[in-house]
Ligand binder design. Sequence first.
Ligand SMILES: Nc1ncnc2c1ncn2[C@@H]1O[C@H](COP(=O)(O)OP(=O)(O)OP(=O)(O)O)[C@@H](O)[C@H]1O
Length: 753
Amino acid sequence: MARRNRRPRSTTTWRDAAHHTRNRNAPTAGQTALTAIRGYGRWVAHSPDTRGLGNALAALYPLGEIGHLTGADPLMLGAFAPPAALAAWVGTYKKHASPRYSATVAATAAGIPAWLGTAAHLGILNLPTLLAYSISATVTWSAYTWSDVLKKRRAWAREQLKWDELATAAGLEDSRLIGIDDTRLGVRFRVDVRATNKRASQLAGKGGGLAEDIAAQIGLPAERVRITTDDKHAGIILVLVQMLDPWAEPATHPALDPAAAPTLAAARRSVLDGPFVIGIDPDTGNPMTLTVFDRAGGHHVFVVASTGSGKTTLYNNVIEQATACIDVLVWGIDLGKGTIARFWGPALDAAAGIGEEKKALQILEWACLTIDHRSRETGGRNHQPTPTDPVILIPVDELDTLTGANSSIALKAKPMIEHIYRRGRSAGVELLTASQRGVVQYTGSKDPHANADNKVVLRMNRAAEMGNVVPEWEASGMPNMASYARGVKGVALVVDSENTWVAGRVLDLSDLDAVERLAHQRGAPTATLPAALAKQLPGYADRHRVHATSTAGGGTGPAASSFPPPPPAPPLPGDDRSELDAAPGGAEPTAGGASGKRGSRIGHGWQAGFGIDPDDHDAVERLAGELVSEVEARLRDMPKPPKQPTSLADMIKAKEVLDNAENNPPEVNQNIPVSEKIAGPVLALLAERGADGATPAELTKAVGKGESTVRRYLAIMRDHKPPLIVGSGSTRNLRYYLPDHAPGADPTTDHDQ
Ligand SMILES: Nc1ncnc2c1ncn2[C@@H]1O[C@H](COP(=O)(O)OP(=O)(O)OP(=O)(O)O)[C@@H](O)[C@H]1O
């Protein structure tokens, strides 16, 4: 044991051991100096800018004495100051473009010959020179150390350190951070991955888990880290890290602010002024946009959205922007829910709602005739929109109601939709169609896929569905809309013809009351079709007067008063509506009408806009008679004016009471009458549901009015005495019941007592 202790473990001889022991215990002066110099060098190298400068300034002081001792000419030495300053300024300013930094470096460079000159003259061994030098050196050092360039350099070093940590944890040790940008919600790293032996495309998207690893390292949900390739450099990836929750802020549409709505309604623009803003990109805070027409011509839009994903809200955004354009006319088709006609009616040029299949066909026919007319006129050149020859935008909600297997008009609608999709682009006739799925059973044909420049994908039920709309979505790093921002309403992915995409949130314009108000404030479109074109479109001049039997827009809201359908109008003399069924597009317009057949029947009457030949006296008289009876029929249902007038102040007060119904004390609500149009559907649905009751949303749907309006009336019905309905459950789980069916109600109780 003692032997083992005395001898070194290796084969080193006792001499060597002794030598090492002596070295350890008593280093030579030279070795100590070398170690100290090395340590000092490392210390300076650690921060060459500041420590290096400090040391250089300290070393410069004694150097001044050399000039003094050798009798150097101070003026000669000082003469080097201006060129040194100039050279330093030019060199640094070119590189950093920071005047402050360049000024400091130039002053320092000029200071060296100036100091040498001064020292040569005065010597350094006197107090005033020492003091003056110390102060100047301190000022120089401070100015340089705290210059913006050095501050940035230090911040950059910190970021580099952060990235190095992340990269090591994610297995990308050999990557190199080459850029970093602050984004609205976090940071975006630009990383050179060429030395990692991995391709940028391998790391992008899910990146074999790279995004997830980085997110785990920072402690964020996986979807808050996104990796994409750099379009300009194949060896670089962009790593976007969202430190803040992108969905924390609601994306409210300005129309929801009653104070801003009138200004918004009055705003006018040209479709060529820029793309439509439909939402916000939460990463950047930039608007999410959709271009339906620009200098390159039109761009159809193909929307794929599962139920409840916010399609109506998206349409509200697009229509809001389109109806603000002085050179766009909107012809809406919504045979499924009738929302477009019902709520946007006053601001549209034409619309077809529930049960208005013929009208929908008529609109498609106009679109085809418009395309043919414009193509003939321009020879297929891009249409130039003006207020008197506008772009036609045709939003079609639920395309399968037109072209799907179950549509009764599919046979006629399909070729027209195809014609518009194929030929409408340059003729300024643009489609915006929505389907629940991107398969032909829903779209009717492959035309939306092939001819819509813009694809918009809202929330999907299954990731596999994405491929039916944007086949290369995964390779392009687009988010999976089945899992993107889980739980967030109104998310959308917008992809244009160049495959450039943006994902974000559609502005919340889901409040149909606000939409209705806005449409009324905006009023009828100002654009008009050229007379020569309008006269070729069968029934176009009568589009606001002749309505098919429909429940769409039949509500009593303000929209019902001006645009949406009145009671069915008697057919106009000679106007055989079945003619709408005639195949469009192929019909050759004549000078007097849409087709040879129409032209011969109605002559130039279309131009006059009454559907008859004004030279035909019998027809004019018949029409006058019909018009009188039509006016009488419309007036028949008008309420009788009250005997006592109501003052404006009372009306405003009554409206305030109604608006506040959800918060009024019951005794106030008891005195507010509920019209049959509201109470009827509510009571009918609740009677049908019995003990299951219904949610406010279901009752809103049954009534067909805006959600806030219905909620107010539900509160009023609840507070009536005896109550008409009973609410049960917390605000989120609220359900209404008929009093007999309310949870815990005694069925034997007579509520009429
Ligand atoms: N952009 C949005 N921001 C916030 N909430 C939204 C947004 N879009 C939709 N919603 C919410 O989702 C609900 C459904 O939206 P919307 O009626 O637009 O969907 P939809 O797809 O048209 O529904 P359906 O399939 O029944 O026709 C709205 O009532 C609203 O509460």
